[in-house]
Design a protein around this ligand. Structure first.
Ligand code: G6P
Length: 366
């Protein structure tokens, strides 16, 4: 299939815009909205799992880190997330009922593939969450859990990431049901919320103009720090990764609660801080991080929703207001904002967005 950019300037932009559709497509493979249930998947059984190991590289590993919060909270299933290149060399201690889940867009990343082979050889059930159905990992895994993002051309992953999140959210609900933590009514409400994600992502895409406006200024920053709590901590790391990959600005993602343990020392005039702060139960804590960095002269952009925007009332230098999203939906909506921000900063800098220097779409040699 010859991929076409259509009316878009870059593949990355096109892929960001495709998300409501492809995430919806991915979710419909996992959910039965009429029954209000997650469809069981052949061979996937978390009921007796002692632990879920999640392994991937780059953006895929951040999807895994977000899912860690979900599997633990919804299913009481202990999770360990690892970067494949570390996991495969660190002689992990397995338990007999460990289930191993590998996440890869391409299904060809050398370290992830070898980590999967190692788990298979150790006798664990291996599941691969993969976007390329004909890939090596799809062939070799015990169980394939597909994402339906379609071909992703931009080197920096966008739609494959949110499709991974959609599948992982559904699997976390499934794990909760299988482990007796989620009853029928709760399952149905998760399914309704998940089905609402494409609509929320489509609404989120309307912040494009706001973001384009902020990006000009952000392009001048020498360091950009991303902060978040809970699932928005790995999302902060993903935001930082996107920005550094395509705009070449040094960026770091940090847990907001770690601010005082290091990154606050970096704050100077040309440091920008992006705080992902949806109006949830940790909002007031994240808000105090905003106040702390602002007081030290950083420019702060808050990514929040209408309630968060009202509560912040002038405390941030700028606010990106996303549609309100609850629970499992919230990270997918926030992803749109960090992706668009990185994209527009790169456009302002005039970099090669789809083919950033030194990076490859798929790292098939170590
Ligand atoms: C490269 C790409 C990233 C991707 C990572 C893992 O670094 O630039 O966008 O997240 O590889 O790739 P995979 O195909 O295993 O998801």
């Amino acid at each position: 299939v010859l991929a076409e950019k259509g009316n878009y300037r870059h593949f990355m932009q096109k892929e960001i815009y495709e998300q409501p559709e492809v995430v919806g497509h991915t979710l419909s493979g996992y959910l039965d909205p009429v029954a209000g249930e997650v469809r069981p998947r052949e061979g996937i059984d978390f009921s007796a799992a002692s632990r879920l190991l999640i392994v991937g590289c780059g953006t895929a590993s951040y999807a895994g880190q977000i899912a860690e919060y979900w599997f633990e909270a919804l299913a009481g299933l202990p999770v360990e997330v690892d970067i494949a290149s570390e996991f495969r060399y660190r002689k992990p201690a397995f338990m007999p009922n460990d289930v191993a889940l590998f996440i890869s867009q391409s299904g060809e990343t050398a370290d992830t593939l070898e980590a999967m082979r190692m788990c298979k050889a150790a006798g664990l059930t291996t599941i691969v969450l993969v976007n390329s159905p004909l890939s090596t990992m799809a062939r070799e895994a015990d169980i394939v859990a597909p994402t339906m993002a379609g071909p992703e051309i931009g080197v920096a992953s966008t739609k494959a990431f949110t499709c991974q999140l959609g599948s992982l959210a559904a699997l976390a609900v499934l794990a909760g049901v299988q482990r007796g933590r989620i009853d029928a009514a709760e399952q149905a409400s998760h399914v309704t919320r998940l089905m609402g994600i494409p609509g929320l992502m489509a609404q989120a895409l309307r912040i494009e103009d706001q973001i384009n406006h902020l990006a000009g200024e952000l392009a001048q920053a020498s360091i950009v720090l991303y902060l978040g709590r809970n699932e928005f901590f790995p999302m902060a790391m993903e935001g930082a990764l996107k920005l550094k990959e395509i705009s070449y600005i040094h960026a770091e993602g940090y847990a907001a609660g770690e601010l005082k343990h290091g990154p606050i020392a970096l704050i100077e005039d040309d440091v920008a801080v992006i705080v992902i702060a949806p109006y949830d139960e940790l909002f007031t804590k994240t808000r105090s991080s905003i106040q702390e960095v602002r007081a030290r002269g950083a420019r702060v952009i808050a990514i929040t929703d209408d309630l968060g925007a009202a509560a912040l009332d002038g405390e941030a230098s700028a606010i990106i207001t996303l549609p309100r999203a609850e629970g499992l939906a919230a990270p997918l909506v926030a992803a749109v904002a960090v992706q668009l921000l990185a994209y527009y900063v790169a456009v302002h800098k005039g970099t090669d967005v789809d083919q950033p220097r030194n990076l490859a779409k798929s790292v098939t040699v170590e």
